[in-house]
Design a protein around this ligand. Structure first.
Ligand code: AMP
Ligand code: ZN
Length: 113
């Protein structure tokens, strides 16, 4: 999608602090981190949210989670971490290109707000 921020980052057209890339996924540091490690993992192909990618390509959706685990390991958040994918308006999604937040490096609290 030409007007999508994360498509622009995936294409290298919009600058980001990229920490991982393979043929299907890109990870970069969140511009407004809420934890010492706060990375975002995205599929290069545009899907709006986790439901859309799961329904369209379950194999890719599975590797999406595996890639987030690889990124967490790479970032050395061995004391624990959290994967989050906000979905839709009530879910708090602000960028409508599916992404997994990889959060760690401090004690995270629960329940989420
Ligand atoms: P969400 O609110 O779950 O859709 O998450 C969107 C995330 O994207 C937020 O945590 C933002 O801080 C982050 N974000 C927005 N613009 C950028 C950008 N240009 N580079 C990196 N992260 C961004
Ligand atoms: Zn997109």
């Amino acid at each position: 999608m030409s007007d999508c921020l994360f498509c622009g980052i995936a294409a290298g057209e919009i600058p980001a602090d990229v920490i991982y890339r393979d043929e299907d996924f890109v990870a970069f540091n969140d511009i407004s981190p809420t934890a010492p490690t706060h990375a975002l993992v995205i599929p290069i192909k545009h899907y709006e949210n986790i439901v859309e990618i799961a329904e369209a390509d379950a194999e890719l959706a599975g590797r999406f989670i595996s890639t987030a685990a690889v990124v967490a390991k790479q970032e050395d958040i061995h004391e624990g971490f959290r994967l989050v994918t906000n979905t839709g308006d009530e879910g708090g999604q602000s960028v409508h290109h599916v992404h997994l937040h990889v959060l760690g490096g401090r004690q995270l609290t629960w329940p989420a707000g």
